[in-house]
Structure formats: C-alpha cells, structure tokens
Design a protein around this ligand. Structure first.
Ligand SMILES: [Zn+2]
Length: 189
C-alpha cells in the first residue's frame, strides 16, 4: 500500500512522464496475470511505475547522489537504462534468447518498453522476460552493495529455473484451494 501511495505521489508530481497510456488498465492487468513469482510481478510493477530506487530516481527525490550509472559510468541510471540499455544489462539480455532481447523501436521509458514487449511476445515469453528483468535488478543490487558481479549466463539460467520451479509447483496443485495455498506459501518466501 505504501509503495502504491509513493507511485501516486510521483505520478502527481511528474505528470509529463505519465502519458495517457498509463491509465490504460490492460497494461497493469497484464502484469498481475503473469504466472511468475509474486516478487517478480511487484518488481515489474515498480519498474513500470518508475518508483525503483535507481540513482536518477533518488536524485529526483532530493537525495544527494550522483545520478550516473555506477556500472558503465556513462549515463544517468534511469529504470530503462539499468534494466535494458546499460552494457551490463545488454550482456545479460544477449544470452536470454533472441526474441526477448530485441528492442522495440520508439521506447522512451520502461512503461512503454513493457507495453511493447507485452504486445509482441507470447505469455510464456513475457514471463521469461519478466524473470530476466527481475534478475538484472538483483544483479545490479549485488554489484552496488556487495561489489560482486555474476556471469550473465548464470543470471539468466537461475531466473529461468526459478520460473520453471514456480510454474511446476502451481500446476501440481490439484484444486484451486491448494493452488491458492501454494501461491501463498511462495508469497511468504
Ligand atoms: Zn550503465
């Protein structure tokens, strides 16, 4: 709820960045319908709402910080930069499969990027895409806070194997009630 309020707050403060398209509920519904672990959906929602604590977002919220990406040291660390455009992210996308790594033209922010990918990819491909986004954010945090760098292939394989485990667990539950219980169990972890 707190995160939702921050998103609304940012939306009111920066209306220019939130085009009419953001009020199109179908994009948000697509996120919530993805068959991925709940933490992945939440990360995707935060990225699309532009409320991830990237260096650029922190600076915008008056935190005294250099907005430059600490990994490539070239561009401001926006959501789109760190998850899609940074050479560090591109290395990870390059091993993630041909269809999900290709950039649609004319994307200016992460919300537009997600919308284009959602229109282009099958549901299963979009689920893999979401997992890789989540894994890149995790790898970025490891780099920033623990100064460790993981191999792109390991990052992608870890994410896809987590997706497979999650989908197998949910599918193995025989009744809606058990599926719900399994889902809650995953949510708690
Ligand atoms: Zn960078």
């Amino acid at each position: 709820m707190q995160a939702y309020r921050v998103a609304l707050d940012l939306q009111n403060k920066y209306p220019a960045e939130h085009s009419q398209a953001r009020h199109d509920g179908s994009v948000w519904r697509k996120i919530w319908r993805l068959n991925v672990p709940p933490k992945v959906r939440t990360l995707l929602w935060r990225a699309c709402s532009n409320i991830l604590p990237t260096r650029e977002n922190l600076q915008r919220r008056k935190v005294q910080i250099d907005p430059k990406c600490e990994i490539c040291l070239q561009h401001p660390e926006t959501t789109c930069h760190v998850l899609w455009e940074c050479p560090f992210a591109r290395d990870i996308w390059s091993v993630a499969g041909r269809r999900i790594q290709k950039s649609p033209t004319g994307t200016s922010d992460f919300f537009s990027l997600f919308r284009s990918m959602a229109n282009r990819l099958s549901k299963q491909e979009l689920e893999s895409w979401a997992m890789v986004v989540w894994a890149i954010w995790g790898a970025r945090n490891k780099f920033y806070f623990k100064k460790t760098q993981l191999q792109p292939l390991g990052i992608v394989e870890g994410a896809i194997s987590m997706l497979n485990d999650f989908q197998r667990l949910i599918a193995s539950q025989t009744t809606p009630c058990r599926r719900y219980q399994a889902y809650n169990l995953v949510t708690k972890n």
